[in-house]
Each structure stands twice: as structure tokens, then as C-alpha cells.
Design a protein around this ligand. Structure first.
Ligand code: EPU
Length: 417
């Protein structure tokens, strides 16, 4: 599919309010976590994005019951469902949370390669090492991997790196294990905390939530609950960035906890943009005097790797040289060639990009290669003064709910076909 950002935006007033949707990376973990109880679970604020739709299809194809309407998802486990996952698994990264959930629920799962953005090698060895320490036997076959445990036994698990996925997956597998599991060097991203809070609402015993040492005391049974997931800090930042494009054209985002975006907001302010924070909303306005910055991505609460591509188009508009150093993934610069095609002056030096700013951007035909790279091209296209066509734009819909309607709220004319 192609996403068109039209020339007619040239004289438009890019300002308004956007309501942020629920967090993709919470949703893709919390939906599989519903498998840990045989009672009904209701989830609120679930984003209607392709990753969620694909995950629902995988789980319902297994035989479980899910209804999803108006961002509310209802989940009921089916004890007769299969444990053998085959199709669609490779459509999203988060499908790997089915491993931890199924281990907790049935002590067994047969799983194929999971998918996700092409932003690096993305192995799951930390997940697997953690499962092994919980007494899981892992058998690789030509068709996939069988994970199986006679009994899940709690253990001390020290992660080599505070991996978001490994922390969540080990938590999912350990809440119904026998004894205590301690995860040291755990990730503290807000989505990890969201999953822990959800599991606690289902009756799990977890302490140290929000710290890098999680203690999970296994229990026999979890119960149904109603839970509202947090909002998406990356989607929030994407729309906030649009408020920093034109003079006197602020953008406000609502339905967001501003504390989730502290490092992004601090960076916008360091550039010279004006950011106003309220209880549940944030407004960004382009500053009068802007300065280049040097950014280094980091684990939470540092500057998120997902936000590097989001801020890059803004840096192309600032006089002087900015740098962005990526420290989490190997291939996070897929979109840079296309930004240069649009007129940016960016060079890649190992894991750093050097942005020589104050370059006008011109609409072009570009191609979306990964989710956040696609969002980067979208922001660049809105800055550009003529028609841009973004190919492979379906990738953007993996993580952004109703992007065309939300852009329309900001007077930005776009279409996908
Ligand atoms: N890593 C390993 N082995 C593992 C797990 C991770 O070597 O077993 C490495 C990764 O290759 C990477 C680093 O550790 O270099 C960090 O990976 P992490 O596990 O923290 O990331 P993830 O769980 O694969 C999630 C999000 C990403 C987000 C990162 C970092 C989901 C589904 N994905 O990925 O989100 O960038 O955490 O915060 O939660 C996105 O939304 O566009 C996205 C890519």
C-alpha cells in the first residue's frame, strides 16, 4: 500500500489535538498473558493496529475466544485449544509472548520463528536461557521449537542485558511456577511495568515492579480481571513531533501519562522547542531559536531507541550539526537513504548518524522498511513542501491506529491506497 502526503498541506495550519491510543508493546504482551487464567479477562485501551489484529487471529485460530470492538478486548481461554502454533506467528515480534504464556498455562508449546521489524539480528537467547532455568526443555526441530516442562520451577535468572522481551516472557512463565523466581538486571520499560501490574491484578505475586530486580512468587491459579493498558509513548512522541514543524502551530496529545516521555520532552526542550505538560496531555510548539543536539539512545528512562527515527526529521530542520547514536539495535538506519533522497544531509558512521541541518525537504517516492523508520518518513513528508508517496505503508499500520484520521485532526491531508 502507498501512503500519500499531499502538496496541499503546504499552506495548511498543522495544529490540533490527537488522542493517543493504547501501547502496542503492552498490548502484544498482555493479550497472550490472558491465557494464564481460565476466567474471562476484559482489556481496555487496546489499540486497533495490525499487530494486535494479527495476534488475535493467531490466538483465535488456536481455538481461544476473543472479541474486540471499540478498543475493548474480551478474552476467554478454551481448555480444548491447541498448543501447536504454525501460521502468522512471523507477522509480529510480540507473538513470542505466547511462549511464556503457554509455558505458564500448559507447560508446553510448539513455536515457529517470530517476526518483527528488520532492525537487527534480534535473537531470543535471553528468553530461552531464562526458560531453561525455570526447568523448561527446549528442542529445536526443522519445523520449529518445542518448549516443554514437566513442572516449572522458580530460579534466580540474571539477564545479560535488560531485555524488554526476555523480562516479560520470563515473568509470564514464572507466575504459575513453583517457588520464587528472581529476575536480576530486568528491563524497567513502562510496558514491562504494565504487564507486571496486569499480572498482579490477576492475582500474581510480584514485587520490585519498576525496578531492575523482580521477585515473582509462584501461585497455583490466576483469576479474571478488567484492566486498562497504558497509552503508547512512541505514538505520542510521533504526533508531538508534528507540533515542532511550523511556527505558531502547536500540537496537543491527550490520553498520555507525560512522565513516560520525560527524556523525549527534555530533548525537545534542549533543542529549543516549547513543551507544556498537563495531567494527561502534552503540547509541543516550535521554538524561536533552535540548537542542534547530540542524542544517544538508551534503555528506559533514557532516550528510547524507537524515538531515534522520530526525532531525526526534526533535526534536519535545525541549523548546525546534530548526532544520533543508536546503542540498542544494529540496523536502525534503514530510512536514512530515503531521508537523504528527500533532501536531508545525513551520513552514517558506524552506529551514529550525523545530521547537517537546515536542509529543505522535497517530496519523493520513498519506501517504508520498518515501523519507526516509516514514521520517520511520514514526519519528513509532512515537513516537505510537495507530494510524497511512501511505499509499503502497511508497516506503519502495524503500530499506529487510524493514522489518516489522526493526521486529519491536525489538518494534514493524507491517504492510503
Ligand atoms: N537481545 C538479545 N537476546 C535476547 C533478547 C534481546 O541479544 O534474547 C538484544 C536485542 O537484539 C537488542 C537488545 O537485546 O539488541 C534489546 O532487545 P529487547 O529484548 O529489549 O527488545 P525487544 O523485546 O525485541 C522491545 C520492543 C521494541 C523496542 C525494544 C527496546 C516489543 C514487541 N518490541 O523489543 O519495539 O524497540 O523493546 O525498547 O515490545 C517498536 O515498537 O517499533 C519496537 C521495535
Amino acid at each position: 500500500m502507498d501512503l500519500h502526503i499531499y502538496k496541499s498541506n503546504k499552506n495548511k495550519n498543522i495544529s490540533g489535538t490527537v488522542k493517543v491510543s493504547g501501547a502496542k508493546n503492552s498490548a502484544v504482551a498482555i493479550i497472550p498473558a490472558c491465557l494464564l487464567t481460565d476466567e474471562q479477562v476484559i482489556l481496555e485501551n487496546i489499540p486497533d493496529i495490525t499487530d494486535v489484529r494479527n495476534l488475535i487471529k493467531i490466538i483465535t485460530d488456536m481455538g481461544h475466544f476473543i472479541s474486540f470492538e471499540n478498543n475493548i478486548l474480551s478474552f476467554k481461554r478454551n481448555s480444548k485449544a491447541k498448543y501447536h502454533f504454525k501460521d502468522s506467528i512471523n507477522k509480529l515480534r510480540g507473538s513470542y509472548y505466547l511462549i511464556g504464556s503457554y509455558l505458564g498455562y500448559r507447560k508446553k508449546i510448539f513455536f515457529h520463528q517470530c517476526g518483527g521489524c528488520n532492525i537487527g539480528s534480534r535473537p531470543i537467547n535471553y528468553h530461552q536461557n531464562g526458560f531453561k532455568l525455570l526447568n523448561v526443555k527446549i528442542k529445536e526441530t526443522k519445523k520449529g521449537t518445542l518448549y516443554q516442562a514437566k513442572k516449572l520451577l522458580g530460579n534466580l535468572i540474571k539477564l545479560d542485558f535488560p531485555s524488554v522481551g526476555a523480562t516479560i516472557n520470563i515473568m509470564l512463565a514464572s507466575v504459575l511456577a513453583k517457588g520464587n523466581t528472581i529476575i536480576e538486571n530486568a528491563a524497567i520499560e513502562p510496558e514491562v511495568t504494565d504487564v507486571a501490574n496486569f499480572l498482579i491484578k490477576m492475582g500474581a505475586y510480584i514485587t520490585g515492579v519498576g525496578t531492575n530486580r523482580l521477585v515473582i512468587s509462584g501461585t497455583n491459579k490466576l483469576h479474571g480481571t478488567r484492566y486498562r493498558i497504558i497509552s503508547d509513548r512512541i505514538e505520542a512522541a510521533t504526533y508531538l513531533a508534528l507540533g515542532c514543524i511550523n511556527d505558531n502551530q502547536p500540537v496537543t496529545i491527550t490520553n498520555i501519562d507525560p512522565t513516560l516521555l520525560t527524556s523525549f520532552i527534555d530533548t525537545l526542550k534542549a533543542i529549543g522547542h516549547i513543551v507544556t505538560i498537563n495531567n494527561n496531555s502534552i503540547t509541543a510548539l516550535k521554538g524561536k531559536t533552535l540548537s542542534p543536539v547530540a542524542i544517544k539512545t538508551a534503555i528506559y528512562p533514557g532516550f528510547s531507541t524507537d524515538l531515534g527515527p522520530i526525532i531525526t526529521p526534526l533535526l534536519t530542520q535545525i541549523e548546525g550539526t546534530s548526532t544520533l547514536t543508536e546503542t540498542i539495535f544494529e540496523r536502525r538506519f534503514n530510512h536514512i537513504g530515503d531521508l537523504n533522497k528527500m533532501g536531508a544531509d545525513i551520513t552514517i558512521s558506524e552506529n551514529t548518524i550525523i545530521i547537517n541541518g537546515n536542509t529543505p525537504l522535497t517530496g519523493s517516492k520513498v519506501t517504508c522498511q520498518d515501523l519507526r523508520g516509516g514514521a520517520s518518513l511520514l514526519i519528513a513528508a509532512i515537513i516537505a513542501k510537495n507530494h510524497t508517496i511512501i511505499r509499503n505503508a502497511d508497516i506503519i499500520k502495524r503500530g499506529y491506529e487510524k493514522p489518516i484520521a489522526k493526521l486529519k485532526n491536525l489538518n494534514i491531508v493524507a491517504s492510503i491506497n
